[in-house]
Design a protein around this ligand. Structure first.
Ligand SMILES: [Fe+2]
Length: 286
Protein backbone atom coordinates (compact mmCIF):
# COMPACT_ATOMS: atom_id res chain seq x y z
CA UNK A 1 0.00 0.00 0.00
CA UNK A 2 1.51 3.40 -0.91
CA UNK A 3 1.69 6.27 1.59
CA UNK A 4 -1.39 8.11 0.33
CA UNK A 5 -3.48 4.93 0.51
CA UNK A 6 -2.24 4.34 4.07
CA UNK A 7 -3.21 7.92 4.98
CA UNK A 8 -6.69 7.42 3.48
CA UNK A 9 -7.08 4.17 5.44
CA UNK A 10 -6.04 5.94 8.63
CA UNK A 11 -8.74 8.59 8.04
CA UNK A 12 -11.32 5.88 7.28
CA UNK A 13 -10.49 4.08 10.54
CA UNK A 14 -10.66 7.17 12.76
CA UNK A 15 -13.13 7.10 15.66
CA UNK A 16 -16.43 8.85 14.96
CA UNK A 17 -17.48 12.25 16.32
CA UNK A 18 -20.81 12.46 18.16
CA UNK A 19 -23.79 13.51 16.08
CA UNK A 20 -24.59 16.18 18.65
CA UNK A 21 -21.19 17.84 18.16
CA UNK A 22 -21.84 17.94 14.40
CA UNK A 23 -25.33 19.37 14.98
CA UNK A 24 -23.79 22.15 17.09
CA UNK A 25 -21.34 22.95 14.26
CA UNK A 26 -24.24 22.98 11.78
CA UNK A 27 -26.12 25.38 14.02
CA UNK A 28 -23.12 27.75 14.32
CA UNK A 29 -22.70 27.69 10.53
CA UNK A 30 -26.17 29.17 10.22
CA UNK A 31 -25.78 32.95 10.50
CA UNK A 32 -29.16 33.36 12.22
CA UNK A 33 -28.88 30.83 15.03
CA UNK A 34 -29.91 31.77 18.57
CA UNK A 35 -28.16 31.20 21.91
CA UNK A 36 -31.33 29.41 23.05
CA UNK A 37 -30.93 26.83 20.26
CA UNK A 38 -27.24 26.42 21.12
CA UNK A 39 -28.05 25.89 24.80
CA UNK A 40 -30.72 23.35 23.86
CA UNK A 41 -28.24 21.26 21.87
CA UNK A 42 -25.66 21.41 24.65
CA UNK A 43 -28.29 20.27 27.16
CA UNK A 44 -28.85 17.13 25.09
CA UNK A 45 -25.26 16.05 25.69
CA UNK A 46 -24.90 15.12 29.36
CA UNK A 47 -21.11 15.20 29.52
CA UNK A 48 -20.87 18.50 27.62
CA UNK A 49 -23.59 20.12 29.72
CA UNK A 50 -21.89 18.90 32.91
CA UNK A 51 -18.55 20.29 31.76
CA UNK A 52 -20.04 23.73 30.97
CA UNK A 53 -21.79 23.91 34.34
CA UNK A 54 -18.67 22.73 36.16
CA UNK A 55 -16.65 25.52 34.54
CA UNK A 56 -19.17 28.29 35.15
CA UNK A 57 -19.61 27.21 38.79
CA UNK A 58 -15.88 26.83 39.46
CA UNK A 59 -14.30 28.90 42.23
CA UNK A 60 -12.54 31.11 39.69
CA UNK A 61 -15.81 32.80 38.71
CA UNK A 62 -16.86 33.27 42.35
CA UNK A 63 -20.62 33.29 41.65
CA UNK A 64 -22.94 33.87 44.61
CA UNK A 65 -25.46 31.26 43.47
CA UNK A 66 -25.04 28.06 41.49
CA UNK A 67 -25.85 28.23 37.77
CA UNK A 68 -28.04 25.29 36.77
CA UNK A 69 -29.33 26.48 33.39
CA UNK A 70 -27.20 25.88 30.29
CA UNK A 71 -28.57 29.03 28.67
CA UNK A 72 -27.32 31.10 31.62
CA UNK A 73 -23.99 29.28 31.46
CA UNK A 74 -23.67 30.11 27.74
CA UNK A 75 -24.54 33.75 28.40
CA UNK A 76 -22.12 33.94 31.29
CA UNK A 77 -19.15 32.19 29.66
CA UNK A 78 -19.71 33.70 26.23
CA UNK A 79 -20.19 31.85 22.97
CA UNK A 80 -16.48 31.58 22.12
CA UNK A 81 -15.66 29.78 25.36
CA UNK A 82 -18.56 27.41 24.67
CA UNK A 83 -17.27 26.70 21.13
CA UNK A 84 -13.85 25.95 22.63
CA UNK A 85 -15.35 23.50 25.13
CA UNK A 86 -17.56 21.84 22.47
CA UNK A 87 -14.69 21.39 20.00
CA UNK A 88 -12.02 20.36 22.48
CA UNK A 89 -14.37 17.74 23.98
CA UNK A 90 -15.91 16.60 20.69
CA UNK A 91 -12.63 16.26 18.79
CA UNK A 92 -10.46 14.73 21.50
CA UNK A 93 -8.93 12.52 18.77
CA UNK A 94 -7.39 15.66 17.27
CA UNK A 95 -6.22 17.78 20.17
CA UNK A 96 -3.85 17.43 23.08
CA UNK A 97 -1.43 14.92 21.75
CA UNK A 98 2.08 15.63 20.50
CA UNK A 99 2.51 15.95 16.73
CA UNK A 100 5.99 14.49 16.53
CA UNK A 101 6.35 14.76 12.76
CA UNK A 102 5.85 18.52 13.06
CA UNK A 103 8.01 18.82 16.18
CA UNK A 104 4.95 20.10 18.05
CA UNK A 105 4.57 19.30 21.74
CA UNK A 106 1.30 18.17 23.32
CA UNK A 107 -1.17 21.06 23.43
CA UNK A 108 0.62 23.07 20.75
CA UNK A 109 -1.98 22.33 18.06
CA UNK A 110 -4.73 23.45 20.46
CA UNK A 111 -2.85 26.61 21.41
CA UNK A 112 -2.30 27.56 17.77
CA UNK A 113 -5.88 26.66 16.80
CA UNK A 114 -7.25 28.80 19.62
CA UNK A 115 -5.08 31.74 18.52
CA UNK A 116 -6.25 31.28 14.91
CA UNK A 117 -9.89 31.13 16.04
CA UNK A 118 -9.55 34.33 18.06
CA UNK A 119 -7.64 36.12 15.28
CA UNK A 120 -10.19 35.03 12.65
CA UNK A 121 -13.11 36.23 14.74
CA UNK A 122 -11.45 39.59 15.37
CA UNK A 123 -10.65 39.99 11.66
CA UNK A 124 -14.30 39.24 10.77
CA UNK A 125 -15.45 41.97 13.14
CA UNK A 126 -12.83 44.48 11.87
CA UNK A 127 -14.01 44.02 8.30
CA UNK A 128 -17.64 44.27 9.41
CA UNK A 129 -18.48 40.65 8.67
CA UNK A 130 -19.89 40.01 12.14
CA UNK A 131 -22.39 37.57 10.62
CA UNK A 132 -19.61 35.04 10.01
CA UNK A 133 -17.53 35.80 13.13
CA UNK A 134 -18.70 32.65 14.98
CA UNK A 135 -18.20 30.49 11.89
CA UNK A 136 -14.70 31.95 11.48
CA UNK A 137 -13.96 31.14 15.12
CA UNK A 138 -15.03 27.47 14.85
CA UNK A 139 -13.26 27.10 11.48
CA UNK A 140 -10.13 28.51 13.08
CA UNK A 141 -10.29 25.91 15.83
CA UNK A 142 -10.49 23.08 13.27
CA UNK A 143 -8.41 24.40 10.35
CA UNK A 144 -5.25 22.33 10.96
CA UNK A 145 -6.80 19.05 12.07
CA UNK A 146 -5.30 17.15 9.12
CA UNK A 147 -1.94 17.45 10.86
CA UNK A 148 -2.94 14.89 13.46
CA UNK A 149 -2.95 12.17 10.79
CA UNK A 150 0.04 13.45 8.80
CA UNK A 151 2.15 13.80 11.94
CA UNK A 152 2.31 10.02 12.21
CA UNK A 153 3.52 9.69 8.63
CA UNK A 154 6.07 12.50 8.97
CA UNK A 155 7.42 11.06 12.21
CA UNK A 156 10.11 8.93 10.63
CA UNK A 157 11.14 11.69 8.23
CA UNK A 158 12.31 14.43 10.57
CA UNK A 159 15.91 14.14 9.33
CA UNK A 160 14.75 14.78 5.76
CA UNK A 161 12.67 17.77 6.94
CA UNK A 162 15.59 19.27 8.86
CA UNK A 163 17.81 18.75 5.82
CA UNK A 164 15.39 20.68 3.57
CA UNK A 165 15.24 23.54 6.06
CA UNK A 166 19.02 23.65 6.33
CA UNK A 167 19.62 24.12 2.61
CA UNK A 168 16.76 26.44 1.66
CA UNK A 169 16.32 30.09 2.58
CA UNK A 170 12.57 29.65 2.62
CA UNK A 171 10.64 26.41 2.87
CA UNK A 172 6.99 26.14 2.01
CA UNK A 173 5.79 23.36 4.27
CA UNK A 174 2.88 22.59 1.94
CA UNK A 175 5.32 21.68 -0.82
CA UNK A 176 7.34 19.64 1.64
CA UNK A 177 4.27 17.64 2.73
CA UNK A 178 3.41 17.01 -0.94
CA UNK A 179 6.98 15.90 -1.72
CA UNK A 180 7.16 13.53 1.22
CA UNK A 181 3.60 12.22 1.46
CA UNK A 182 1.90 13.06 -1.84
CA UNK A 183 -0.75 15.08 0.00
CA UNK A 184 -0.94 17.98 2.50
CA UNK A 185 -2.68 18.69 5.81
CA UNK A 186 -5.46 20.72 4.16
CA UNK A 187 -6.51 17.84 1.88
CA UNK A 188 -6.31 15.33 4.74
CA UNK A 189 -8.20 17.73 7.01
CA UNK A 190 -10.93 17.94 4.37
CA UNK A 191 -11.06 14.13 4.15
CA UNK A 192 -11.50 13.97 7.93
CA UNK A 193 -14.13 16.72 7.91
CA UNK A 194 -16.11 14.93 5.20
CA UNK A 195 -15.91 11.60 7.04
CA UNK A 196 -17.30 13.26 10.17
CA UNK A 197 -20.00 15.20 8.30
CA UNK A 198 -18.68 18.65 9.28
CA UNK A 199 -20.62 21.47 7.53
CA UNK A 200 -19.40 22.46 4.06
CA UNK A 201 -18.36 26.01 5.02
CA UNK A 202 -15.92 24.66 7.66
CA UNK A 203 -14.69 21.97 5.19
CA UNK A 204 -13.89 24.75 2.71
CA UNK A 205 -12.04 26.80 5.34
CA UNK A 206 -9.96 23.72 6.23
CA UNK A 207 -9.33 22.92 2.59
CA UNK A 208 -8.29 26.40 1.39
CA UNK A 209 -6.74 28.05 4.45
CA UNK A 210 -3.31 28.18 2.75
CA UNK A 211 -4.66 28.88 -0.77
CA UNK A 212 -7.66 31.18 -0.24
CA UNK A 213 -7.55 32.56 -3.80
CA UNK A 214 -8.49 29.08 -5.08
CA UNK A 215 -11.57 28.73 -2.83
CA UNK A 216 -15.04 28.68 -4.42
CA UNK A 217 -16.43 32.23 -4.66
CA UNK A 218 -19.10 31.59 -2.01
CA UNK A 219 -16.46 30.74 0.64
CA UNK A 220 -13.60 32.97 -0.48
CA UNK A 221 -14.05 35.62 2.22
CA UNK A 222 -14.15 33.01 5.00
CA UNK A 223 -11.05 31.29 3.59
CA UNK A 224 -9.13 34.60 3.42
CA UNK A 225 -10.12 35.35 7.02
CA UNK A 226 -8.81 31.97 8.24
CA UNK A 227 -5.69 32.36 6.08
CA UNK A 228 -4.79 35.69 7.70
CA UNK A 229 -5.96 34.53 11.14
CA UNK A 230 -3.61 31.54 10.85
CA UNK A 231 -0.75 33.83 9.82
CA UNK A 232 -1.35 36.27 12.70
CA UNK A 233 -1.59 33.33 15.10
CA UNK A 234 1.80 32.06 13.92
CA UNK A 235 3.26 35.56 14.28
CA UNK A 236 1.88 36.00 17.79
CA UNK A 237 2.56 32.49 19.09
CA UNK A 238 5.87 31.06 20.16
CA UNK A 239 5.56 27.66 18.51
CA UNK A 240 8.67 25.56 18.04
CA UNK A 241 7.07 23.39 15.36
CA UNK A 242 8.91 22.87 12.06
CA UNK A 243 6.18 24.53 10.02
CA UNK A 244 5.58 27.67 12.06
CA UNK A 245 5.65 30.62 9.60
CA UNK A 246 6.76 28.22 6.85
CA UNK A 247 3.79 28.90 4.55
CA UNK A 248 3.30 31.43 1.79
CA UNK A 249 1.10 34.39 2.67
CA UNK A 250 -1.32 35.29 -0.11
CA UNK A 251 0.02 38.59 -1.50
CA UNK A 252 -3.49 40.08 -1.80
CA UNK A 253 -4.76 39.14 1.65
CA UNK A 254 -3.77 42.22 3.67
CA UNK A 255 -4.75 44.63 0.89
CA UNK A 256 -8.03 42.80 0.40
CA UNK A 257 -9.12 43.84 3.89
CA UNK A 258 -7.39 47.27 3.71
CA UNK A 259 -5.19 46.45 6.69
CA UNK A 260 -2.54 49.04 7.47
CA UNK A 261 0.41 48.30 9.76
CA UNK A 262 -1.32 49.97 12.72
CA UNK A 263 -4.46 47.82 12.20
CA UNK A 264 -2.31 44.71 12.38
CA UNK A 265 -0.50 45.96 15.48
CA UNK A 266 -3.74 46.60 17.31
CA UNK A 267 -5.15 43.25 16.13
CA UNK A 268 -2.09 41.45 17.51
CA UNK A 269 -2.60 43.18 20.85
CA UNK A 270 -6.29 42.19 20.95
CA UNK A 271 -5.46 38.59 20.00
CA UNK A 272 -3.04 38.29 22.92
CA UNK A 273 -5.58 39.72 25.35
CA UNK A 274 -8.35 37.39 24.19
CA UNK A 275 -6.08 34.34 24.29
CA UNK A 276 -5.46 34.96 28.00
CA UNK A 277 -9.18 35.38 28.71
CA UNK A 278 -10.16 32.35 26.64
CA UNK A 279 -7.70 30.09 28.42
CA UNK A 280 -8.97 31.23 31.80
CA UNK A 281 -12.56 30.54 30.81
CA UNK A 282 -12.10 27.22 29.03
CA UNK A 283 -9.70 25.65 31.48
CA UNK A 284 -10.93 27.09 34.76
CA UNK A 285 -13.16 24.09 35.52
CA UNK A 286 -10.38 21.54 35.13
FE1 LIG B 1 -2.33 24.92 8.01
Amino acid sequence: MDTLDSIKKKVKDMPSVSSNTIRILELISDEDYSVKDLAELISMDVSLATKCLKIVNSARFGLQSTVTSIERAVNFLGKQAIFGIVIESGFDYVFNKPLEGYNAAEGELWEHSLRTAIASRLISIRIKQDNIADLAYTSGLLHNMGKVVLAEFLKGQTDKIKEKFKDAEEVDFNTLEKDLLNTNHEDVGKMMAEKWGIPESICMAISYHHKPAEAPEEYKKLCYIIHLGDHFAMLSGCAESFDSLAYEVDPDSKEMFNFEDEDIESLMFDIELEVIHAKQKIFSGD
